[in-house]
Design a protein around this ligand. Structure first.
Ligand SMILES: *[C@@H]1O[C@H](CO)[C@@H](O)[C@H](O)[C@H]1NC(C)=O
Ligand SMILES: *[C@@H]1O[C@H](CO)[C@@H](O)[C@H](O)[C@H]1NC(C)=O
Length: 194
């Protein structure tokens, strides 16, 4: 019975090897770096989760990215700037009544919505304006300055969203405000390790 024992043995070895080295695509170095960075604080953050962090940074980190908190913070700031720019354009379209979303800035609910949008337009104008300053601060290693700017961005995004709630109008910017808030907080979290 020796041969069968040994073939059983070989099969177990193969099984163990398969367990140790599962046949799944290996994570690329950059995916591993992003995951490592996001796991560092993502799970413990009350503002965003690991998945948000992974998707955000993973979408912009290059193939060869290695774990560098300063680089990742810069990526978050860049993503935030792109986000804010597109949100600004969306608000402009809403205010002008383009794109099928008609807003009349005159009567009733539409007036309240109009005022909220104008207030948000101002807030996002400030966010977009702070983008280059924030990027420069990260590059120069002035993490305190960058963090202060990002906290302002988070507060502005929250103020925009709160405006709709106070005005009793449905926010057309909930997703955008949420992304801007979380990206700003993600930048702050990354800078803490930079
Ligand atoms: C804004 O950020 C979110 C979260 O990272 C992302 O899913 C979305 O694609 C971004 N949008 C733009 C226009 O950059
Ligand atoms: C908003 O709606 C609530 C409940 O419908 C009402 O009590 C409140 O007075 C409203 N606030 C404004 C600012 O219209």
């Amino acid at each position: 019975m020796a041969p069968s024992t040994s073939s059983t043995c070989v099969m177990s070895v193969v099984a163990v090897l398969l367990l140790l080295f599962p046949v799944v695509p290996a994570l690329s170095p950059s995916t591993q770096a992003v995951l490592a960075a996001c796991k560092t604080f993502g799970g413990g953050s009350t503002y965003f989760d690991v998945q948000f962090c992974e998707e955000a940074i993973g979408s912009v980190a290059g193939g060869g990215a290695s774990l560098d908190y300063r680089v990742f913070a810069g990526l978050a700031v860049g993503l935030l700037a792109d986000n804010a720019t597109s949100t600004e354009a969306k608000i402009d379209r809403l205010i002008r009544g383009g794109g099928g979303d008609v807003v009349k800035l005159t009567v009733g609910d539409d007036a309240a919505l109009g005022w909220c949008l104008l207030s948000c337009r101002k807030l996002y104008g400030g966010i977009v304006e702070s983008g280059p300053t924030c990027t420069a601060a990260v590059k120069a290693g002035k993490f305190g300055d960058a963090t202060a700017l990002l906290e302002k961005v988070a507060a502005a995004a929250k103020e925009c969203e709160d405006g709709f709630r106070k005005g009793n109008v449905t926010s057309p910017l909930t997703a955008q405000d949420d992304d801007a808030y979380k990206l700003a907080k993600l930048g702050v979290a990354l800078l803490r390790f930079a």
